[in-house]
Design a protein around this ligand. Structure first.
Ligand code: TXA
Ligand code: MG
Length: 345
């Protein structure tokens, strides 16, 4: 891959114009959103999105989310706005919700990983909305990290991973949410959550006035990965969002998730930490407040990256309850640990 001189843009009008020009020429620009930073390219251009897979080292069957700025942009990507889509757009856009809908033929099949559906989101970030409007392009935008690493919540995280591999990064604010959007499949009778996020099943049901299901694969905890970092996809694990099957978000250190009653988990982590320290290991501990899963979501990826920087040998993480936003945090936590789980009795 050719080494690029990655530019760092601010958020002035001139910066946005320059960034938009790069995108129009088929280049790659990382952009801020409220969830995590995205790596943008023209979603309608096979060659441009092809470069995104290469820059991230991402498997090409893993489709990307397309970012739009205005409701009208949807008609470039799909055919109609159904009543359910309308209800969710009104309740949550701009915001941390992605809808999977039928894709028009004009949408690059490189963007959709060969699928005839496309994932669409309107991010809640003024700078990026202006960028999309200025470029007049729907932006394919996976998280702007190297594939397999923790998602980036600051421009610096993006730079650490993708310097020399992308044309530019826009240095906006740190991400408010901290984990990626909720992905909902809108193509069936009943909407189905393919990836949990801060917009929970309960909130979706409330906005739609009906039940929403969760892809059962999300709740499974497979414990093996093959050499390609793929989960051993047995009968019982076939997630509908292709990206959910890959090993993800992994810090450099070994990571163990301690599951059990919070007080017992706290004691187990303290005891194991003492042992490891005696062996001369550097131990990182992640213990979030169960009553504030939003804060855990906000800090999670940044903490993993901080542990990478400080060179810990092992990370002990205390599990949160798997409901509401806690489900979304735990989905990331189990994956980052490669499902290395310690049950505390
Ligand atoms: O918050 C977010 O969603 C961030 C920011 C940048 O917007 N983006 C993000 O993109 O997390 P990415 O590419 O890292 O994750 C996209 C997820 C993957 O799990 C992918 O498999 C799934 O969405 N996905 C995308 N298109 C899909 C489709 N047509 N059908 C099913 N799943 C899809
Ligand atoms: Mg990602």
């Amino acid at each position: 891959m050719q080494k690029l001189d990655t530019r760092i843009f601010g958020t002035t009008e001139k910066d946005i114009k320059n960034a938009a020009a790069i995108l129009k020429e088929g280049g790659l620009v990382a952009f801020p959103t409220e969830t995590v930073y995205g790596l943008g390219a023209n979603a309608m251009d096979d060659e441009a999105v092809g470069k995104v897979y290469a820059a991230k080292g991402r498997p090409s069957d893993n489709p990307m989310i397309v970012h739009i700025a205005d409701e009208e942009d949807l008609y470039q990507l799909t055919y109609e706005i159904t009543a359910d889509m309308r209800a969710l757009m009104e309740a949550f856009w701009p915001g941390a919700l992605t809808m999977v809908v039928p894709a028009r033929p004009e949408v690059s099949r490189v963007t959709t990983g060969g699928l005839d559906t496309v994932a669409v989101r309107m991010p809640d970030n003024e700078v990026t909305l202006n960028l999309i409007r200025e470029a007049k392009l729907p932006l394919a935008g996976p998280s702007a990290n190297l594939s397999g690493k923790p998602s980036p919540t600051t421009a610096m995280h993006v730079f650490d991973d993708l310097k020399g591999r992308i044309d530019a990064v826009i240095q906006g604010e740190p991400c408010k949410v901290g984990i990626e959007s909720t992905v909902v499949d809108m193509t069936g009778e009943v909407p189905m959550i393919l990836r949990p996020g801060i917009i929970t099943r309960e909130k979706l049901s409330e906005a739609l006035g009906k039940e929403v299901t969760i892809d059962p694969a999300i709740l499974k905890k497979p414990d093996t990965f093959n050499n390609d970092g793929l989960l051993e996809t047995g009968e019982d694990y076939k997630p509908k969002a292709p990206g959910m099957k890959y090993k993800h978000y992994a810090p450099k250190a070994e990571m163990i998730v301690f599951v059990g009653e919070p007080e017992k988990v706290r004691l187990a982590i303290a005891a194991e930490k003492m042992e490891r320290v005696e062996f001369g290991q550097k131990v990182g501990v992640l213990m979030f407040d169960n009553s504030n899963p939003e804060k855990a979501a906000h800090d999670f990826f940044a903490e993993l990256r901080a542990f990478d920087k400080s060179g810990v040998d092992v990370i002990f993480a205390a599990a949160l309850a798997e409901d509401g936003v806690g489900l979304a945090v735990m989905n990331r936590m189990f994956k980052s640990a490669g499902y290395n789980i310690r049950e505390v009795k």
